[in-house]
Design a protein around this ligand. Structure first.
Ligand code: ADP
Length: 505
């Protein structure tokens, strides 16, 4: 596996050297790289080289709109299916919301679960996701995702993306969320790994490339109109994959659909504006469950600072939530909608995620939280209480009780059952102040399990495929932590495969 990374790295380096050696070309590349570096500080993604716009062709077999996990998986699968393919990304860097994902990918009956004696089944994964979505998930899409999850973990592993560390995510009874072995956030790891494969497969990636229209010829999707670095171009294609993500950063669209979310912060990157939905609607695409917008319970949102998600994986590893009195108030590992509602019910409408050094050493995501100044740290629980202005005796009792519950594997107060493998006894101690924030738009384009985009009457728009957050249905009214990465990889691959098949017809 490691060999592939090196190969990707060496190729990126060679590409950079080549561009530097090419005079005029190098300036553009250097500009783009600088942009990428700026963004890196925010996303944690490593520096990347993108394709020079001069290399843009007039036609490809398959064009992919968006360079998140869904778009990149689709492009790789389309190439593996024998198609010529290019990715168009409107932002200066790739990765979209995927870059910001910090948890992992849910999958069942995987080789890594078997190696770690985790007894899981596809049926249980299906049932628990359906229960989490209150039975409103599209059953066929959910079934497809679950049944193809183990194979997707193998596919990722085969291309150098190894998600072998398994933990708990809210609402699930089994350890099912697959994460990078080094404890790093899944988003940056996945984006880097997919990028290396794009480079290896010589798949062009055009950034600053805003797709403004999906072209239709005799009822068939036949290409795109795109503005690349300010210049309009028409690119023809035999099939189009719409992987342009959700609309969690489009406050007009959000508040029109759900006025009570006015004033909420968002964890989304600024390109999450719902373009992919509008582009496909012009070809007659139907949408489902657009009003299903997920708020995530643990978003750091201090004034003047960028809102930033505190991953559910931190609770999955053993963190607790306490209120302004220093007391636990709810089952931390419940589903996102319920935990968010519990925080919103507190008079103060915020909570603290509390953990110790033992957990901190196991989770690399916390490096980012510390770098961003999100964490409060103290040598003792009492000092931590003082630093966050909660009652010290209360917080001490809360932590002592919690450690007893972990030892007994029984939480008599709130009935928490997972994320109880590690107690809180190693100094220093940490707290992060959080409140709910807009996180994921669960609704979107209506697709079938072939990722064909459907019209209101259920017929498919020939040549148009969609995958990832731009689509709706698979999560119902509550997405489980770890199911978005499963969604983008599994349906992204399917979209690329099916688009390549269609292009051959
Ligand atoms: P997913 O998780 O479904 O892959 P992401 O948010 O990770 O979704 O990625 C979607 C990507 O699509 C983002 O990088 C976003 O900037 C890009 N995008 C959105 N609208 C357009 C557009 N009109 N043209 C090109 N790229 C777009």
């Amino acid at each position: 596996m490691k060999k592939k990374y090196w190969l990707g790295f060496v190729m990126s380096l060679l590409a950079a050297l080549f561009l530097v050696a090419c005079g005029g070309k190098s300036e553009k590349a250097a500009e783009t790289t600088t942009e990428a570096k700026k963004e890196e500080v925010v996303s944690g993604a490593s520096a990347k080289e993108y394709t020079n716009p001069k290399e843009l062709k007039d036609s490809y077999d398959v064009v992919v709109i968006g360079s998140g996990g869904a778009g990149m998986s689709a492009a790789i699968a389309a190439k593996q299916g024998g198609a010529s393919v290019a990715i168009f990304e409107k932002m200066p860097v790739i990765g979209g919301n995927t870059s910001k994902s910090s948890g992992g990918m849910n999958a069942s009956e995987t080789k890594f679960q078997k190696e770690q004696n985790i007894d899981d089944t596809n049926d249980l994964f299906y049932e628990e996701s359906l229960k989490g979505g209150k039975g409103t998930n599209d059953p066929e899409l959910l079934r497809y995702m679950v049944d193809n999850s183990a194979e997707a973990i193998d596919w990722l592993d085969s291309i150098g993306i190894t998600l072998s560390d398994i933990s708990f995510s809210g609402g699930f009874s089994k350890a099912r969320i697959h994460r990078p072995a080094d404890g790093s956030a899944v988003g940056g790891y996945l984006v880097n790994g997919l990028y290396n494969n794009l480079v290896e497969n010589k798949i062009p990636i055009f950034v600053n490339a805003d797709v403004t229209e999906i072209i239709e010829k005799d009822g068939v999707a036949a290409g795109i109109k795109v503005t690349v670095e300010g210049k309009g171009k028409t690119i023809s294609a035999k099939a189009v994959v719409d992987a342009a993500g959700g609309f969690g950063a489009n406050m007009d669209m959000i508040t029109e659909l759900k006025s009570e979310l006015k004033g909420y912060v968002t964890t989304n990157h600024e390109g999450a504006t719902g373009d992919g939905i509008e582009l496909a609607k012009k070809l007659g695409a139907a949408t489902v469950q657009l009003e299903q917008i997920q708020i995530h319970p643990t978003v750091y949102q201090e004034e003047g600072k960028e809102p930033f998600l505190v991953s559910e994986a931190i609770r999955g590893e053993g963190a607790i939530l306490v209120n302004a009195q220093g007391k636990r108030f709810y089952t931390e590992m419940e589903t996102r909608d319920n935990v968010s509602a519990a925080i919103n019910k507190l008079p103060e409408q915020y909570a603290y995620v509390v953990f110790d050094q033992g957990l901190r050493e196991h989770s690399k995501s916390i490096d980012t939280y510390e770098e961003k100044g999100m964490t409060v740290k103290a040598e003792t629980v009492e000092e931590l209480a003082k630093a966050i202005d909660v009652d010290a005796a209360n917080l001490k009792t809360t932590v002592e009780n919690w450690n007893k519950y972990v030892a007994d594997k029984n939480d008599p107060e709130f009935g928490r059952k997972t994320g109880m493998d590690r107690d809180m006894s190693k100094a220093p101690y940490y707290a992060i102040k959080v409140s709910p924030g807009i996180h994921h738009t669960m609704g979107g384009l209506k697709i079938n399990t072939n990722t064909e985009v459907l019209k209101e009457d259920g017929s498919a728009i020939p040549g148009l495929y969609a995958a990832g957050e731009v689509t709706g249905g698979v999560h119902g009214n509550n997405r489980m932590g770890g199911n978005a990465v499963a969604d983008i990889v599994i349906f992204g691959r399917q979209a690329g495969t099916k688009a390549a098949e269609f292009a051959k017809k």
